[in-house]
Design a protein around this ligand. Sequence first.
Ligand code: NAD
Length: 294
Amino acid sequence: NSSTIGFIGIGNMGTHMAGHLVKKGEKVKVFDISQEAAKTVKGAQVCSSPEEVAQNSDIVFTMLPNGDIVKKTLLEDGVLKSLPKKSLLVDSSTIEPSVSQELFNISQENDVRFIDAPVSGGVTGAEAGTLAFMVGGNQEDVEYVKPILLHMGARVFHCGKAGAGQIAKLSNNLILGVCMMGVSEGMNLGIKAGLDPKVLHEIVNVSTGRCWSSETYSPVPNLLPNVPSSNDYKGGFNIRLMSKDLALAERTAVNSETSVPLAATAHQIYRALISNGYGDKDFSVIYKFLSGKK
Ligand code: NAD
């Protein structure tokens, strides 16, 4: 008994996520401001507006760059007003927890359900269908959508009320942004001082420096296949998105009177990379910047 599922935002992540829904036999309608991007989901119906996606859909996913765009799409581009009553909005973008809470409230006023369900696992996880979903919202909505989330991911965590998924996601990405910088700095030191990159990579990954950034997403080119560093830092998780997430983590820290000194430093270093022309690259490009390689 398949549902009709809308998917708005067919970028690096959305293309794979929507693709899995089609492969699992769901009826999928997609929209992206880039027609070319929208067409990448084979077997999905390409719509000409977000409003068209919303019409007659049981569930609509958004996987968009930031909170302003999510808000505009849901509130101004007609999604909320075109959705059938009681249908479910699932925002998988990483945005401010306060915006998720606001969208939850506005949805409720319109008799539509809303959950925030940001993901972790990167483009490789999206492609493999092994994402982790961190969900905020009502328990019954989470239970209802869980089988659909498991078409695209391996784990679903209900973190609490609206916005709680985003808080989990931002905490994780704070760790990721700082760890990637640490791995890049340590690998660059060893390599510059004369070590073979392959040997250092192997050592770190059986030693205490091991983490996701060192093991499955090495920033040093040609140590791992199918990672952005081995493809001139193309694809993956754009450095602008990482900077945005660190900014959101800092804002969340202000609201909860928390100190995040390394997040603040990492944020400003990623910003400096954007100013130096690396803005369209994966965030692991920090290694290239530190190594000074052209
Ligand atoms: P992306 O930039 O590759 O994709 C975003 C897509 O949204 C693009 O195709 C763009 O054309 C489309 N878009 C922009 N404005 C639009 C609008 N007004 N209406 C319709 N479509 C519009 O980004 P991504 O890497 O897929 O990330 C999407 C979200 O997921 C972000 O919030 C990001 O922080 C989060 N995220 C990304 C990763 C990752 O590894 N890339 C991992 C986890 C979470």
